[in-house]
Design a protein around this ligand. Structure first.
Ligand code: AMP
Length: 413
């Protein structure tokens, strides 16, 4: 399918081509026709799937008929709510590039920065507003933002929005828009509270679901430890002593690395077997048997040796070295969390392996949770967010939250 098949106007097709998109992504193929019919949607899609263009392009298309309205009489006809400033800015940049060849105007407003420049732009008249909830409500209260003419409301990253405690603000914003508007809800995950919100505000929505091209098993919790290369063994021992229990498969990139780690773990009293290409068939079989019948609970292996091995039902996988091929990561951690069981993966990443993490996250379209609380941080100055934010956070806080959102106590940051 091409963008032309989606019946987009020429100015949009030109901008899309210049942005470098050849064909619509899956979510764009599914969402654009439905949005053009002015139906509500609930879409489960993560960042990286092309979801921004999936709502931005049809919104622009729907507005194009009215693009000749003189600037001063412009009213906000599309409102996009985003939980964070960074996402709001990203969405705004997308709108700006897709609308290059139209005279539709868009702007972004968010807290934590001076309000006056935002007021000036809003007063000049815009068609599309991208906003974080708090600042939007502030400006609405001041009568700077008029939501009476909103035809399409987008709630982006709804799950994050609710996690951040914006539920009341979101509901309030929804009520401030006309009742007959079109509502588009996007969420990376669909927990019950998102479904509940959807049920209360969407009208016979079309469901759209796009799974990432390569998804890590859902039942595997993934943790990432940034650690200097020289401290990896200490961190591994620390985790085995305090955190990781049960049957464990440890991956190393090289045979030399496997042998070295095996010696260290044996010296420290762990029951370990190792498995790599330089071992004889009988040694390998013995190692595997010992692991399978629980004589030892730790097996250290290289990727190549472990491929195809029938060792399931592991409690944990440790990526002692980050794999340089992102698919390998998915395969490695897929060895745990099988058959409805919960699994855990622990990845130790040194400074020179950071690019591998980026590649993995691009492939899985998921951020791996970083565990800061451990004795060997890569950057000892980089204290966990919770400690750092206490002093500096208050400086920006004042201007950032609306009264409504300040009342909401539940925050995760
Ligand atoms: P998003 O999921 O909206 O954050 O988009 C993820 C990335 O995919 C962004 O860098 C977009 O510019 C890009 N993108 C969106 N649609 C397409 C497309 N049809 N073809 C290629 N890249 C795209």
């Amino acid at each position: 399918m091409s963008f032309k098949d989606l019946k987009l106007n020429k100015p949009l097709l030109r901008a899309v081509a210049e942005t470098g998109y050849d064909n619509p992504t899956l979510i764009q193929q599914q969402a654009i026709p439905v949005i053009l019919e002015q139906k509500d949607i609930i879409a489960s899609a993560q960042t990286g799937t092309g979801k921004t263009a999936a709502f931005a392009l049809p919104i622009l298309q729907l507005l194009l008929d009215r693009q000749d309205a003189p600037k001063r009489s412009k009213t906000i006809k599309a409102l996009i709510i985003s939980p964070t400033r960074e996402l709001a800015i990203q969405i705004s940049e997308n709108f700006k590039s897709y609308s290059t060849y139209t005279n539709l105007r868009s702007t972004v407003i968010f807290g934590g920065t001076a309000i006056e420049p935002q007021i000036d732009i809003l007063k000049k008249g815009i068609d599309i507003l991208i906003a974080t909830p708090g600042r939007l409500l502030d400006l609405h209260k001041q009568d700077i933002v008029n939501l009476d003419y909103v035809e399409t409301l987008v709630l982006d990253e709804a799950d994050l929005m609710l996690d951040m405690g914006f539920i009341d603000d979101v509901k309030k914003i929804e009520r401030l828009c006309p009742a007959n508007k079109q509502t588009l809800l996007f969420s990376a995950t669909m927990p019950y509270k998102v479904e509940q919100l959807a049920n209360s505000i969407l009208k016979q929505p079309t469901r759209i679901e796009v799974s990432p091209t390569s998804s890590a098993a859902k039942s595997v919790s993934q943790l990432l430890y940034y650690v200097p290369k020289r401290n990896k063994i200490e961190l591994c021992l620390h985790l085995l002593r305090n955190t990781i229990k049960g049957t464990i498969l440890i991956f190393r990139r090289t045979k030399f690395g496997v042998d070295k780690l095996e010696k260290t773990l044996l010296k420290n009293g762990y029951k370990v077997e190792s498995f790599h290409g330089d071992k004889s068939q009988s040694q390998r079989q013995q190692a595997l048997n010992n692991f399978k019948n629980n004589t030892v609970n730790i097996l250290i292996a290289t990727d190549v040796a472990a491929r195809g091995l029938d060792i399931n039902e592991l409690d944990a996988v440790i990526n002692f070295d980050m794999p340089n091929v992102p698919e390998t990561y998915v395969h490695r951690i897929g060895r745990t969390g099988r058959a409805g069981k919960e699994g855990c993966s622990y990845s130790l990443c040194s400074a020179d392996e950071k690019n591998y993490v980026t590649a993995i996250q691009q492939l899985t379209q998921k951020q791996i949770t970083v565990e800061h609380e451990h004795p060997y941080p890569l950057d000892p100055k980089a204290k966990p967010e919770v400690h750092r934010s206490k002093k500096t956070g208050s400086k920006h806080k004042k201007g950032r939250k609306s009264e409504a959102s300040k009342k909401k106590k539940k925050r995760w940051y």
